[in-house]
Each structure stands twice: as C-alpha cells, then as structure tokens.
Design a protein. Structure first.
Length: 148
C-alpha cells in the first residue's frame, strides 16, 4: 500500500476530503451530531490527510489550546472503517505529534481520547488524566503527552 500524508488548513481541497472522512466516521458511524463534530477550531487547526493508494482514508487535526499557551490539542483522528487494523491511526498520530514538535511552541499535547483507543495513545506516551467522561454520547478520557 502506498501511503501519502498531506497537511492542510481549513479552506483547501484536502480539508474538504478530511471533513468527508470525519462525516463518515463520527456522524454516520458513531452518531455524533453534525453540529458537535465541526467546531470553531477547524479553521485554525492544522489538518493531516492520509491517503492510501491515492484514496483519502484518514485524518486528524492539531491546534493551539486557546487557554493554555504551552498546550496543543490533538483530535478528530479518524480512519475509514475498511482501512482500520492497518496501523494507519498510528501513522496519523505520529504525524500530528511531529507537527506539534516542529512548531517548537508547546510543552505538552492534550487529547480527549475515546476510551476504545486509550491504549493506542498510551503507546505513544500519552497518560490518562482524571476519570472517564462522556462527550457526544461516547466515553472518553483526557490524556496528556509531555514533550521532551
């Protein structure tokens, strides 16, 4: 499988492809209300689009936390169902963390990870903070990654 990673901002063609993936995964598959899936951070976030053999199959985003200047927020990581189990989520997370590191602006990364994928983030060094909570009807944990 030929993998390509593209980064984009909230206004170009790749951004539209990333939104289509999020629509399929979060809205159609996981029943997240559309008005909760998109938010004010989409326009200023850096989005990653993962293509497999030329087809858009995964996405994620990262942006500066509006309240904590030393913190980046990572999220909306999604891989189309038919491409799961191929470690593409790991490729997305690694790419998003590289984007954060390249910026040189942050000392930590925060994510609201769905409980089902907490172990995936833990493999990268994210640690759970606090108790499980629900967001859009889905169980999550807040997790923090400390940059070295």
């Amino acid at each position: 499988m030929d993998i390509e990673i593209r980064t984009c901002k909230g206004c170009d063609r790749d951004f539209a492809l990333a939104m289509e993936i999020r629509e399929k995964v979060f809205v159609l598959e996981q029943n997240v209300p559309p008005d909760l899936e998109r938010d004010e951070f989409d326009e200023r976030a850096t989005h990653v689009l993962l293509l497999a053999d030329g087809l858009p199959v995964g996405t994620g985003r990262v942006f500066a936390d509006p309240k904590q200047t030393d913190t980046a927020r990572l999220g909306r990581v999604a891989v189309l169902r038919e491409y799961r189990g191929l470690h593409l989520g790991q490729v997305l997370i690694a790419t998003l963390l590289e984007e954060v590191k390249k910026s040189g602006c942050f000392s930590r990364v925060l994510i609201h990870a769905q409980t089902a994928v907490v172990e995936l983030y833990a493999r990268f060094g994210f640690e759970k903070v606090g108790e499980e909570f629900y967001e859009a009807g889905i169980a999550h944990f807040e997790m923090i990654y400390q940059l070295k």
